[in-house]
Design a protein around this ligand. Structure first.
Ligand SMILES: Nc1ncnc2c1ncn2[C@@H]1O[C@H](COP(=O)(O)OP(=O)(O)OP(=O)(O)O)[C@@H](O)[C@H]1O
Length: 245
């Protein structure tokens, strides 16, 4: 499969504390790659290194063959951060329009893209409201719509399903699946096992280490268990043992 993102031997420390330990990953076209781990495991730090918002102390990140950060490459990435970066005094539609223009969406496609992406997250009826009147979940949904606005080749989504009800969650996963089928690459972070089960490939992360990786089915088989939570626990234990030896 075509590698879209490669992370090779990335280390990162903050205030002399090692946060990422030799992180390696490849995200391919047609694939949803999930980074799963508890709070503080280092998922967002990996995402920030991928996006070029943080520089690795060691190792490297390439996207579409280019070292990050790279402005041209950023145009091809739909990014949803953990904190919603929205203009509160503007309406949902104005936010979408602003980002569409920033990402070079053509004028004749503007309205179509706004309606389409708002539809993915069920926000069409609320586009005329100011974002300051949105609930937390609505803001997450608007952030997700913005990440899709320019029909990006790569989607990087940090905890996209937080605050989203189960029915809409299903709809969003169906949309992401469609994106992957179209040849795009998707990286998501989550700490919810139900989301992990939707991914093609998983990296399980604990304390900045990738403790195991593989497809959900292959991981369950490898660890001889019937759910991903058990995989995580077992992989965590064997990682602890190998670190202690
Ligand atoms: N800029 C920073 N300066 C100092 N420490 C940081 C910085 N960014 C992250 N950290 C620390 O790095 C560790 C990993 O944080 P990170 O946000 O990557 O975890 P996470 O897995 O994304 O967690 P969550 O699911 O809660 O978002 C945490 O201990 C955090 O406090």
């Amino acid at each position: 499969m075509d590698a879209v993102v490669t992370v090779t031997h990335v280390d990162k420390s903050f205030n002399k504390k090692r946060i990422l330990h030799d992180v390696n990953l490849t995200a391919s076209a047609h694939e949803i790659l999930g980074l799963i781990g508890p709070s503080g495991a280092g998922k967002t730090t990996i995402i920030k290194n991928i996006m070029g918002m943080e520089q690795p102390d060691d190792g490297k990140v390439t996207i579409f063959g280019n070292r990050m950060p790279n402005r041209q490459v950023l145009q091809r990435i739909g990014f949803m951060a953990q904190d919603d970066a929205l203009y509160e005094s503007l309406t949902g539609r104005e936010n979408l329009k602003f980002f569409a223009q920033l990402f070079g969406v053509k004028k004749d496609q503007l309205n179509e893209r706004i309606e389409y992406t708002a539809g993915v997250v069920n926000l069409n009826q609320d586009l005329g409201k100011r974002v300051s009147n949105y609930s937390g979940g609505m803001k997450r949904r608007l952030s997700l719509a913005i990440s899709l606005i320019q029909d990006p080749d790569l989607l990087v989504l940090d905890e996209p399903t937080v605050g989203i009800d189960p029915e809409l969650r299903r709809q969003i996963w169906d949309e992401l699946r469609k994106y992957a089928k179209d040849g795009k690459s998707i990286i998501i972070t989550t700490h919810v096992m139900e989301d992990a089960a939707e991914c093609d490939e998983l990296l399980m992360i604990r304390e900045g280490h990738i403790i195991t990786h593989g497809s959900p089915a292959s991981l369950e088989k490898e660890y001889n268990v019937d759910n991903l939570e058990q995989v995580f626990l077992k992989a965590g234990k064997s990682n602890e043992n190998s670190n202690n030896n």
